[in-house]
Design a binder for this molecule. Sequence first.
Ligand code: GSH
Length: 251
Amino acid sequence: MLPCMFNRGNGAMVLNASRALWQDDNSIRDFFEMALKLVIGNKNYSSWSMRPWLALRANNIPFDEVFIPLYTGDADKERLLSFTHSGKVPALIDGDVTIWDSLAIIEYVAEGFPQAMLWPEDRARRAHARSISAEMHSGFAALRNECGMNLHRPVRAIALSDDARANIARVQQIWIECRERYGKCGPFLFGSFGGADAMFAPVVHRFRTYAIPVAPEVQAYMDTMMSLPALQEWTSAGLAETLVIEKFETA
Ligand SMILES: N[C@@H](CCC(=O)N[C@@H](CS)C(=O)NCC(=O)O)C(=O)O
């Protein structure tokens, strides 16, 4: 068993580490405060926006938030296209660099802010974290389609397809394996909060909102995620939104 090399112990240490970048130097602080813009959609619904937002906020990395409501018509779509030709959120703007995909943004942030330790230091663990993050990014279509993130939605179960149930079983398997292997290093998937936790964060809300029965270890991990201040901040802001996207209000 490798030691917990990447374990930051607690959030406060990370906060200090990222602050140390700029707290004594106004020009560096201004550069970081002005450089990063994260374009996001509705916090109530936009699970892809939530992931990089959490990776930044949980590590106290300064950024400006650009909110563009989704599916409201041509004007907002044009505004979104003015930031990214993908026409989708999230997008991170760093000066003249644009990154327009949730996982690519997390990778970019991990490179730019290595002290945030978004990926484990150990190569094998890092490969594990990237594998499950990529699996989340490219998979679980049935779960995502049938249980869309909707923070407003009253908690209640729905009938799910076999594919969605298989997705749920696989997510639980991923989380339990991480907790078994790295639980000694801290309460998140690889010890301290990282990119993999950010990638799975919306699934925590989906499991909760759709009253999905979960294993005790999975519930413990979900409780850890729900107590993360950055996740609470996103959730409160999402719940405060009044915009409704009808097509996401069906289930
Ligand atoms: N693979 C992309 C997916 C981005 C995506 O599908 N974003 C949705 C919202 S969560 C979007 O922007 N939809 C607006 C549209 O298609 O007009 C990522 O990981 O960032």
